[in-house]
Write a protein that binds this ligand. Structure first.
Ligand SMILES: Nc1ncnc2c1ncn2[C@@H]1O[C@H](COP(=O)(O)OP(=O)(O)OP(=O)(O)O)[C@@H](O)[C@H]1O
Ligand SMILES: [Mg+2]
Length: 403
């Protein structure tokens, strides 16, 4: 049963529904979901309380008790289970595998890597953030390219997927126009598309957009055709290679792409962009609701086009006040930042240089950088391949040698 299968059923979750939700929790080191790996020995759903809600207890067996990924797995388990509307509290009971269980899980991981050819070319250890909103023109694309550049500047490899298939703007915003090339790849019978790359500080961007395939007039003619198919192809047929983050610039106002993502990459986290107007916040709440229905996690809200500060230092809330915080409170996620309305953001877009990459910086750039920091430290930390991973990978290698 798929995650979406569980989503279709309303009411009280069964034990199986919870297991289905947990299939979206990936152990990044082992590259498979925690259920298939046998890391979830049991789940208990409490009797229904007077509000129609239930508490869920999940038993999680870690490969190594002191594994630094524990915090990440805890967060992922809690937030995935809490996606079910009837779930009130999630409790985790921790356990540690015996050495026999550990060997078994490693064999399973190996089997899963070999037998379940991945659905997508996006590496398992890559964090996926989709930048969405309830309506157009609120700054999704500007937020996407600036956050991507800010993360890359910290030394990370960041993919940018322009999922606004027929209304693409990423090529212009990043000043890239090279056509994408497809090359034959070893181990695949189909050629793969090689993303365009852009160095940013110590890191780099890997960028894919239909804008690199068709010109804007042709794109308009195709509008409405095969939206989800195009995104699917970008996930399957692009040789993304190693990547710490994939940022997806979502098209305005369509649920199709979101549902497609939920099916193909259920570990996608959404970041919702809204303007400070309270009316906009209502529209954005619909996007959050759609996220819940497709069982994607909302990681946070960004308020864009917040106040405008004029040359004399006077600040004006041109588009209202409080929409971002109200939306964040309503869906129970953090407000990641308030990006001011600043001409430099638009000018950077026109020049093909995101404002975070401009040497002059400015208030908007500072907020984008602080949101990137928050993503790195808290919201979606990069999958740590040091620490316990090194030990684990050595152990996996040893287990492989025994077979
Ligand atoms: N903080 C900001 N300050 C000034 N201008 C901004 C800011 N954010 C976005 N803009 C401008 O607003 C316009 C819309 O932004 P953008 O294209 O990023 O929005 P979008 O949500 O991706 O739109 P669409 O729904 O059409 O894809 C652009 O001209 C952009 O330069
Ligand atoms: Mg856009």
């Amino acid at each position: 049963m798929s995650v979406n299968g569980a989503a279709k059923r309303a009411g009280v979750p069964t034990r199986d529904d919870i297991f289905d939700l947990l299939r979206a929790v990936i152990d990044p080191e082992l590259g498979a979901d925690v259920v298939s790996l046998g890391m979830i020995p049991d789940v208990v759903v409490s009797p229904v309380d007077s509000t129609g809600g239930v508490d869920v207890t999940v038993w999680v067996k870690l490969t190594i008790g002191g594994c630094p990924l524990r915090g990440q797995i805890k967060k992922d388990v809690e937030s995935r289970v809490a996606l079910h509307p009837a779930v009130r509290n999630v409790r985790i009971e921790w356990g540690e595998m015996t050495s026999d269980e550990r060997s078994e899980v490693m064999l399973k991981a190996r089997w899963s890597a070999r037998e379940n050819a991945p659905d997508t070319e996006v590496p398992q250890s890559c964090r996926i953030l989709a930048i969405a909103s309830g309506k157009g023109g609120v700054g999704k694309s500007s937020v996407t390219v600036n956050l991507a550049a800010a993360l890359a500047a910290q030394g990370f490899t960041v993919g940018v997927l322009d999922a606004d298939i027929w209304g693409f703007s990423v090529p212009r915003l990043l000043g890239i126009s090279d056509r994408l090339e497809a090359v034959a790849v070893e181990g695949s019978d189909k050629p793969k598309i090689i993303p365009n790359t852009l160095r940013v500080g110590k890191g780099q961007l890997k960028v894919v957009s239909t804008g690199f395939l068709v010109d804007e007039d042709t794109a308009l003619m195709w509008r409405g055709l095969m939206l989800t198919k195009a995104v699917e192809q970008f996930l399957r047929d692009v040789a993304w290679g190693e990547m710490d983050y994939l940022l997806i610039d979502m098209p305005p106002g369509t649920g199709d792409v979101q549902m497609g993502l939920a099916r193909m990459l259920p570990r996608t986290d959404l970041i919702i962009v809204t303007t400070p107007a309270l009316a906009a916040q209502k529209v954005a709440a619909r996007a959050a609701d759609m996220a819940r229905r497709s069982f994607l996690r909302v990681a946070g809200v960004i308020e864009n086009m917040s106040s405008f500060t004029c040359d004399h230092g006077e600040t004006y809330p041109l588009f209202g006040v409080g929409g971002g915080q109200a939306l964040a409170d309503e869906i129970g996620v953090p407000l990641l930042g308030q990006v001011p309305l600043e001409p430099a953001v638009g000018q950077g877009g026109d020049a093909g240089v995101p404002v975070v990459m401009s040497p002059t910086g400015g208030a908007a750039a500072a907020v984008f950088n602080s949101i990137a920091r928050r993503i790195l430290d808290d919201i979606a930390p990069p999958v740590n391949m040091a620490g316990c991973s090194a030990r684990m990978l050595a152990a996996v290698a040893a287990a492989f040698d025994q077979v």
